[in-house]
Write a protein that binds this ligand. Structure first.
Ligand SMILES: *Cc1c(COP(=O)(O)O)cnc(C)c1O
Length: 373
């Protein structure tokens, strides 16, 4: 049986008519860059997240960068984040001229360990970016309490957490701002590149709106040095259509996660992900931990099962960040994750038989002595 890691085509087929109709409207209105379709989506997404504003931008990376810039983060500053994220989180910090500083993550949630946060704060620290990894939020209350005590801004990297909840509140509404990616493979994905920022701070929203449009207050009057970070009209329209389906898609992912967990209960060497007491996990990625990960992935591929690794190298050990001088051993939990995590196929349209097949193969291969794989 073939089990792909993702299947964007299955989802497109299910909503093709709605999507094509919405794209035709944008084409008819020639509302290509920003405009009414983006504004409509911004209103809908803010309501979904429980914030007063949302600002559509061109990617998740741009969302993070513009938010930090709007908060005044600049060269000479430090921003604290987690080392086991997609590199964009640290890149956004670097793009402002500031330095990324890492704090290791907790066993269990694999998100920023609040107990390690305070000792990473220096007089240069300006902001903290907890990453809601794989669809589960970081433990925000203690992180925000420490940040407030030191006068630091808190920005959620919610790029993997559309619809996730912390203590009953949606990701994106938990801190000063939430940054989302609508990259096609995310839980809410555009049909191209897109991102967004949610916030209930109207001044911050206005500043991000200005920065995404060359710092203009009105056409050709520039108050700030910004960039072109606008969202396409077509992406706004597609995202409006897809947002209506997101709750059902997230429910499907959660049901798949429960199925995987039950089916993998007997596989002693495979550790399945845990939903923390505070969280509603939306399983953007379903990552299990297993020793001999690389051989396991090869063997699963031979059975027709495509897996992923999120992420094979933590950010502090990437060549791009060699200048930070953080050696192996600096962040042991994040480094162990990089060695042991295997991301299993996870998307809403995954079939029950496919889940059963993946779990059976994984259980069999993980139990076999390494030579027999
Ligand atoms: C996807 C992702 C980003 C970047 O989003 P893009 O839209 O690809 O720029 C940032 N952080 C995390 C955790 C992500 O998963």
């Amino acid at each position: 049986m073939k089990v792909p890691f993702l299947n964007l085509k299955a989802q497109y087929d299910a909503i093709a008519q709605e999507v094509e109709q919405s794209i035709k409207e944008v084409l008819g209105a020639c509302a290509f860059s920003g405009g009414p379709y983006v504004e409509r989506f911004e209103g809908e997404f803010a309501a979904f997240c429980g914030t007063s504003s949302a600002v559509g931008v061109s990617s998740g990376t741009e969302a993070l960068w513009l938010t930090l810039a709007a908060l005044g983060v600049k060269a000479g500053d430090e921003v604290i984040t987690a080392p086991n994220s997609f590199i964009a989180t640290a890149e956004a910090v670097s793009l402002t001229g500031a330095k990324p500083v890492f704090v290791d993550v907790e066993e269990g949630s694999f998100t920023m360990d609040p107990a390690l946060l305070e000792r990473a704060i220096t007089p240069r620290t300006k902001a903290v970016i907890p990453v809601h990894l794989f669809g589960q939020t970081a433990d925000m209350d203690p992180i925000i309490a420490i940040a407030r005590k030191h006068g630091l801004a808190v920005v959620e990297d919610a790029c993997q957490a559309h619809g996730a909840e912390y203590q009953g509140k949606r990701a994106g509404s938990l801190a000063d701002a939430g940054c989302f990616s609508f990259y096609p493979g995310k839980n809410l994905g555009a049909y191209g590149e897109a991102g967004g920022v949610t916030t209930s701070d109207r001044q911050l929203a206005d500043r991000i709106r200005m920065l995404r449009d060359h710092g203009q207050s009105r056409k050709y009057y520039h108050e700030l040095v910004g960039t072109n970070g606008r969202m396409d009209g077509i992406q706004g329209a597609v995202l409006s259509v897809k947002l209506k389906h997101l709750p059902a898609w997230n429910d499907a992912r959660r049901a798949h996660a429960i199925a995987y967990r039950h089916l993998l209960e007997g596989a002693a060497s495979v550790k399945t992900p845990r939903e923390m007491r505070y969280a509603r996990h939306v399983y953007h990625v379903y990552a299990v931990r297993a020793p001999g990960r690389d051989r396991l992935i090869e063997a699963l591929a031979a059975s027709g099962i495509a897996c992923g690794v999120h992420y094979p190298v933590p950010i502090h050990l990437q060549n791009a960040y060699a200048s930070l001088g953080k050696l192996a051993g600096s962040f042991p939990v994040a480094e162990r994750c990089a060695q042991e995590f295997v991301s299993l196929p996870m998307f809403p349209e995954l079939a029950e038989e496919q889940i059963a097949f993946v779990a059976a193969e994984l259980g069999r291969l993980a139990a076999a002595p390494s030579g027999a794989r």
